[in-house]
Design a protein. Structure first.
Length: 611
């Protein structure tokens, strides 16, 4: 898409290019075909204020160029994100009421626009927040992107869709639009409609949450819920209806999640034992790995006193001869598997894998706890100390040296991929050797991390990425805060004390989009349960309870047991990084299970909190 101007009138225009054999939709239509459909739809809708005026369709070579009116304004998704009241820790009643009025008014404007299309015989087919332009005065909306628009009388199925607005496959034509309007009704209050393809009954739960949180009449969502729930249909992998157990109900939640993990097992597969994130298939050991595979699930089970011996045997068997290209890293490769097997009592198998890692060129490892030198060094040192193995100790030395090399500027931030991993390595080595210089190196790494953080409007401190801020454990501010807590247990630093207080504030928002350990609520709970940041004990306990309840917003069921969706909420996940195993680990930590913690980040001795 290009911004331009009309040669004759000087009017601002948008030029949209379609290339042949590219951008294939579900029905096989390429970008040229889709652009021609858009042109036909816009011509059929000429004169409506809610669609762009079309200037013409042009051909250059085999490419098509659709020229249309430039619409000033802001996409609804951006408007919503900027004003969403649940981003605050404790939104005021006035803010909730003002948002409610805005959301209902905006939904009505979009509904009227869609109805105007239907009156002209056109089904839009791809309604979602990014395809709605809100005027600068917010008194009107324009629909954009008509590539999926079709004659309503033809009742065609949906061919492209935003995951939060994807219609069930039995809906056709204008039915798809009505379903999207129902999604929008909920999403303007609780943006979790991506969960609906996993369980349509979740709509009623989300409606109840929205009514309670905003203090409004549940009946405002009745029509939308009826549309979204639809007729009773079996959904793959889940059971319809809300989980019978709340995340706040411990140990019932523990037992239910353990049951879900065990029920999800696929022992006949060689690529993975527990279903998890797509990262399971990114490397030869993804399905076995600590971050996304069996090792992480087995560790989480172990922290709550549960075992799956069949999965342990599977993990040993499938890593006996690692495939070429298998990573050495902790979260994605052999090191994390070896560390886990040792914790589970399989020392001989753990040492076999550890010696494979030791034979690798560890001095070439990159930064980061996830895949790089810090994670490998920490795990090999653990195994060397536990077994008094000089060869592993020497390998740990090489990995530590690689980790302490100056890193190239401009890398990633956070616990898993940023300098915080190096800081953690220094702190663990300092605890062993007492070398003061290691604390200096850790401090330098942590200052680099804090340099990538920005203040939030509530006085919080969060990692800044290109167009978003990240409060999370894996790549956000909570992971940095965890290492700051460890550092301050060794050496006082007023600037770090101030920073960790601000970092902690980022864990208090009233809503987060995902439940997972490294990019969601569970990781924030782990930090809240572990932190030694001074504060009011009762207030901290109340916050922990309130944030634990947020997990119920995302909760689904698997064969009747409590389970959680993974990255982007598009599928259930059982792994540690994104799914149910990570939630189990975090909740166990909040309830004082001594083994429930991340590797190399054991519970800290708390100072005396204010009562």
């Amino acid at each position: 898409m290009y911004a331009g101007s009309h040669r004759e009138t000087g009017e601002a225009v948008v030029l949209k290019e379609g290339r042949p054999h590219a951008g294939l939709a579900a029905d096989g239509a390429d970008a040229v075909t889709r652009l021609e459909r858009e042109y036909a739809a816009l011509r059929a809708l000429e004169g409506l204020a809610c669609v762009p005026r079309v200037h013409g369709l042009h051909t250059v070579g085999e490419h098509r160029f659709l020229a249309m009116e430039f619409i000033p304004g802001t996409p609804l998704n951006t408007v919503f994100a900027r004003r969403f009241p649940l981003s605050a820790a404790e939104p005021a009643a006035e803010a909730l009421a003002e948002h409610t009025a805005w959301a209902l008014r905006t939904h009505q404007l979009v509904t009227e626009a869609v109805e105007a299309l239907h009156a002209r015989g056109i089904a839009f087919g791809d309604l979602h927040m990014n395809n709605i332009m809100v005027a600068p005065d917010q008194l009107s909306v324009t629909l954009l992107d008509f590539e999926a628009a079709t004659p309503a009388a033809e009742r065609r199925p949906q061919i492209v869709a935003n995951p939060a607005f994807v219609a069930p496959p039995h809906l056709r034509g204008t039915e798809v639009d009505r379903y999207a309007l129902a999604c929008l009704r909920l999403a303007l209050f609780v943006p979790l409609t991506t969960l609906l393809p996993l369980d349509r009954d979740k709509a009623a739960h989300l409606a109840g949450l929205a009514a309670d949180r905003y203090g409004i009449d549940r009946a405002l969502f009745d029509e939308a819920v009826t549309e979204l729930a639809g007729p009773a249909r079996p959904e793959a992998g889940t059971s319809r209806g809300r989980p019978s157990v709340s995340a706040t109900d411990w140990p019932a939640a523990r037992d239910s999640m353990v049951a879900a993990l065990l029920a999800s097992a696929t022992p006949d597969r060689d690529d993975r034992y527990f279903p998890g994130d797509i990262a399971q298939f990114a490397t030869p050991a993804g399905g076995q790995s600590y971050g996304y595979g069996a090792a992480g699930v087995l560790h989480a089970l172990h922290t709550v006193g549960a075992r799956c011996e069949e999965a342990e045997e599977w993990l040993i068997r499938t890593t006996r001869r690692p495939a070429s290209g298998t990573p050495t890293g902790f979260y994605d490769g052999l090191t994390g598997i070896a560390w886990t097997l040792d914790r589970l009592g399989h020392r001989e198998e753990a040492l076999r894998l550890a010696h494979l890692v030791a034979a690798e060129p560890l001095d070439a490892l990159g930064p980061g706890l996830h895949s790089g030198a810090p994670g490998v060094a920490l795990a090999l040192r653990d195994l060397a100390d536990a077994t008094d193995n000089p060869a592993l100790g020497q390998a740990a030395d090489r990995a530590e040296a690689a980790a302490l090399r100056p890193a190239a500027p401009g890398g990633k931030a956070g616990l898993l991929h940023g300098p915080a991993g190096t800081a953690l390595l220094c702190l663990r080595r300092h605890a062993r050797t007492g070398e003061p210089a290691l604390l200096d190196t850790a401090a330098t790494a942590l200052r680099e991390e804090l340099g990538r953080c920005v203040p939030g409007p509530d006085g919080s401190l969060v990692v800044s990425e290109a167009r978003r801020t990240m409060p999370y454990l894996g790549s956000g501010s909570a992971g940095i805060a965890m290492v700051l807590d460890d550092y301050l247990a060794h050496r006082p630093d007023p600037a770090f004390e101030e920073a960790r207080t601000a970092l902690l504030r980022a864990t208090g928002s009233a809503f987060y989009i995902q439940p997972g350990l490294f990019r969601g609520v569970a990781g924030l709970l782990l930090h809240l349960a572990r932190t030694t940041t001074p504060g009011d004990r009762a207030a901290r306990t109340a916050l922990l309870t309130r944030q634990t309840a947020l997990l119920d917003w995302h909760a689904l069921t698997y064969q009747g047991h409590l389970a959680h969706p993974g990255e982007q909420l598009t599928r259930l996940s059982m792994d540690l990084s994104t799914g149910t195993a990570g939630v189990l680990l975090a909740l166990a930590a909040t309830h004082g299970e001594p083994a429930a913690h991340l590797p190399f980040l054991p519970p800290l001795r708390r100072p005396t909190d204010r009562p």
